[in-house]
Design a protein around this ligand. Structure first.
Ligand SMILES: Nc1ncnc2c1ncn2[C@@H]1O[C@H](COP(=O)(O)OP(=O)(O)O)[C@@H](O)[C@H]1O
Ligand SMILES: [Mg+2]
Length: 267
C-alpha cells in the first residue's frame, strides 16, 4: 500500500490584500492578491522597493494586523492574534533597556508561565548559541548593535518559534558585522528548524540567505516573481551563476523602483 506524504505549509498566504485606512487621509492599497506558501524549515527572503508592503505583510503574519481580505494560516491554523510560535525581529533590536540581556531573553518565557530557574537556564543556553555567554548580566546599551541583534535573536528563539520573521534586521549594521550576522543567522536557522521570512533591500543579502526570493512589485505590493536560489551555501560569490542572480534581481528591482517614481511624479 502506498501512502503519500503531504507536508502542511508553515505559512500559507491565500489571496491576501491589505488596505490601510488612516484617519483623515485617503486609503492606501498596501498589498494586493498575495498568494504563496512557506515550507517548514524554508528560508524565504522578501525583496521589493520601499513602501511596497513588506513590513505590513510581516505584521499580518505575526497577527499584529488583520488582513483586509484573504487568509493567512500558520501550520494549518488561521492567524488571528500574535503567538509565541511566530517571532518578529525589527531593524533596531527592541530590547528593554532596564533589563539585563539574560532577563530580556527570559521575559517572553515568564509570560508563558515558565518558572524562574528554568527561564534562566533557557536564557543562558540561547545566549550561548548566539555567542553572548559573557553578556548575561549586561544592559542592552553596553552591547554593540550586532550584539543587540543577536540578543534579540536569542529572545525570539527562546520561544521556540515555528516561524521567525525579520524586518531588515541587519540594515543598521556596518558591512563586516552584517556579513558575520548572516553567517550566524544561517547557523541558528539550521539548528532551530524554523521557517524564516526575512525582509531586505540588499540583493547580496537575499542571495546569501534565501532558499527562495519573493520579489514584490511597487505599491500596491504584489508578487512579481519567485526565484529559487539554486546554489550551495556558503554562496559562491565568484561563480558566474551568482552574478546571473545578481543581474536578474537588479533588473527586476530597477523596473519596480522606476515605476514607483513615475507614479509619484504623475500624482
Ligand atoms: N499603520 C499604517 N497606517 C497607514 N498606512 C500605513 C501604515 N503602515 C504602513 N502604511 C502604508 O502602507 C504602505 C506599505 O508600507 P510598509 O509595509 O511599511 O512597506 P515596506 O515595509 O515595504 O517599506 C506604505 O504606503 C505605508 O505608508
Ligand atoms: Mg518596511
Amino acid at each position: 500500500m502506498s501512502r503519500s506524504v503531504v507536508t502542511r505549509p508553515a505559512v500559507a498566504i491565500r489571496n491576501v490584500s491589505k488596505v490601510w485606512t488612516p484617519e483623515g487621509r485617503s486609503p492606501v492599497n498596501a498589498l494586493q492578491g498575495l498568494d504563496f506558501d512557506v515550507a517548514p524549515g524554508e528560508f524565504v527572503v522578501l525583496l521589493g522597493p520601499s513602501g511596497c508592503g513588506k513590513s505590513t505583510l510581516l505584521y499580518m503574519i505575526a497577527g499584529l494586523e488583520a488582513t483586509t481580505s484573504g487568509l493567512i494560516e500558520c501550520d494549518g491554523l488561521k492567524v488571528e492574534e500574535p503567538s509565541a510560535e511566530r517571532g518578529l525581529i525589527f531593524q533596531e533590536a527592541s530590547l528593554f533597556p532596564w533589563l539585563t540581556i539574560a532577563d530580556n531573553v527570559a521575559f517572553g518565557l515568564s509570560i508563558q508561565g515558565v518558572l524562574p530557574v528554568r527561564r534562566r537556564e533557557i536564557a543562558i543556553e540561547m545566549l550561548r548559541r548566539v555567542g553572548l555567554s559573557d553578556m548575561l548580566d549586561k544592559k542592552p546599551d553596553e552591547l554593540s548593535g550586532g550584539m543587540r541583534q543577536r540578543a534579540a535573536c536569542a529572545r525570539a528563539l527562546a520561544m521556540k518559534p515555528k516561524v521567525l520573521m525579520m524586518d531588515e534586521p541587519f540594515a543598521a549594521l556596518d558591512v563586516q558585522t552584517r556579513a558575520r550576522m548572516q553567517d550566524f543567522l544561517l547557523q541558528i536557522w539550521r539548528d532551530s528548524g524554523a521557517s524564516v521570512l526575512l525582509v531586505t533591500h540588499s540583493i547580496d543579502e537575499a542571495i546569501a540567505l534565501a532558499d527562495r526570493v519573493i520579489v514584490f512589485t511597487a505599491r500596491p505590493g504584489r508578487v512579481k516573481t519567485i526565484v529559487p536560489i539554486d546554489l550551495p551555501r556558503p554562496r559562491p560569490t565568484r561563480d558566474a551563476r551568482y552574478h546571473e542572480y545578481r543581474d536578474l534581481f537588479t533588473e527586476l528591482l530597477a523596473a519596480e523602483v522606476e515605476r514607483a517614481f513615475a507614479e509619484m511624479e504623475a500624482a
